[in-house]
Design a protein around this ligand. Structure first.
Ligand SMILES: Nc1ncnc2c1ncn2[C@@H]1O[C@H](COP(=O)(O)OP(=O)(O)OP(=O)(O)O)[C@@H](O)[C@H]1O
Ligand SMILES: CC(=O)N[C@H]1[C@@H]2OC[C@@H](O2)[C@@H](O)[C@@H]1O[C@H](C)C(=O)O
Length: 373
């Protein structure tokens, strides 16, 4: 086992910043030592959004964005290393998820594309990088997502408590941890992504702080029903999704059949959609004692209240209560997945992704021994 200090880097579907963590890892003991959120420049965010929402782009634009993101992730990592007084020799490896620009797990030729050139990251940091985590699972017939349930299983399984771990990022996903049972997990659909898109369109604010705007509106039941009737919600698990499906255009399509609705009522309805799509799926999948929430949506009090109200028999709390920072969960997971890969251990869960088998995930970009001579 390659025990030691790892860095995890995650830039998720919300495009709100690059999360970087430093973790000391020994098998399934993962101790968070530092974390940092590096800003996402507006121009890079705009370029990612244009690819992710299906606007036409050239191969040159994709290639340049790959290089720019590789530099940006390096800057984020080097900033954390400087703050913590670390040199490259202090770190075993960096797990760098990359920026998902398209995720298409269905169809004849499924794929998932993350940008952020890992050769650039390895060269600029002088540290071994593990990246491209999703495609090995897809090559085995899996969705390539969600991957974090394996980390939840390793760290958050309880001997006699039936737990759901819920990440509310841009997209929401769950891990279902029942003692003695195989772990399941899947994306439940939109987390914050639609609420963020709607408030950006109307008020140019990146998100609806604490659900304040949503709570000034009323749920529109016709719109809610139209949204919940979307076939994605009825799809069987395993399933995963992204911004290429749930985006501003998706809201406009649903609105087209419902006539004019006040903007704050649409926001209230989008918040309800997130709460209902999450809790309906959780309830369908069995009985649970505790729901532990991570990701930015855990800061949205109105959303948390609606979720709690819909699962009255389940205790709801943030993962911080059981010792894992809810804001750092995903970046921590990628530090641990890097540890698994360099140790030659599998990282996926076939029962979650639908892959034919367990596999070591990702590609290793070794630190160059000639660097820094
Ligand atoms: N105080 C708050 N009130 C409401 N929403 C909030 C608050 N703080 C964060 N958020 C929401 O959380 C989002 C960021 O969440 P997070 O960083 O978990 O997403 P992500 O990791 O990019 O997404 P994913 O998990 O899908 O990859 C913001 O875009 C915002 O919508
Ligand atoms: C393709 C992709 O990047 N998917 C993300 C996204 O964000 C949340 C959800 O959709 C999840 O499936 C996944 O991320 C986490 C880190 C995962 O793989 O578990």
């Amino acid at each position: 086992m390659h025990t030691g200090r790892y860095i995890g880097v995650m830039s998720g579907t919300s495009l709100d910043g690059i999360d970087v963590v430093l973790a000391a890892i020994d098998q399934n003991i993962v101790a968070l030592q530092a974390s940092y959120c590096h800003p996402m420049p507006l121009e890079i965010r705009r370029q990612i959004l244009s690819i992710n929402q299906g606007q036409s782009v050239t191969l040159s634009q994709i290639g340049q964005l790959d290089t720019r993101l590789g530099r940006l992730f390096s800057d984020a990592i080097l900033a954390l290393m400087a703050r913590e007084g670390l040199t490259r020799r202090d770190i075993v490896a960096i797990g760098c998820h990359g920026q998902t620009v398209w995720h298409e797990p269905q169809g004849d030729a499924p794929f998932s594309m993350q940008l952020g050139d890992n050769n650039t990251v390895a060269t600029r940091t002088g540290v071994t990088v593990v990246g491209d985590f999703r495609r090995r699972d897809m090559a085995l017939g899996g969705q390539g997502a969600p991957l974090v349930p394996a980390f939840h299983r390793a760290l958050l399984t309880h001997p006699n408590e039936r737990r759901v771990i819920l990440n509310i990022g841009g997209i929401a996903n769950v891990s279902l941890l029942s003692p003695g049972e195989v772990v399941r997990g899947f994306d439940t659909g939109p987390g914050n992504i639609l609420m963020d898109a709607w408030i950006w369109h109307h008020h140019q604010r990146p998100y609806d702080k604490d659900g304040q705007w949503a709570s000034s509106g009323q749920i529109d039941t016709a719109l809610l029903d139209a949204m919940l009737a979307d076939p994605w919600f009825q799809r069987p698990v395993p399933k995963s999704t992204g911004r290429e499906y749930f985006n501003y255009g998706w809201i406009e399509n649903k609105l087209a059949d419902c006539g004019p609705i006040a903007a704050e009522n649409v926001q209230a309805t989008l918040l309800a959609l997130t709460a209902i799509s999450i809790t309906d799926l959780i309830k369908q999948q069995g009985e649970w004692d505790r729901l532990l929430v991570c990701g930015g949506g855990g800061h949205n009090n109105v959303l948390m209240q609606q979720i709690s109200a819909r699962v009255p028999a389940i205790q709801v709390a943030l993962t911080d209560e059981v010792g894992i920072s809810s804001d750092d969960m995903e970046a921590l997971a990628f530090s641990w997945l890097a540890y698994r890969t360099v140790s030659g251990l599998p990282g996926n869960l076939p029962a979650v992704t639908g892959a034919k088998d367990f596999t070591v995930l990702g590609a290793i970009y070794p630190a160059n021994p000639l660097d820094g001579r």
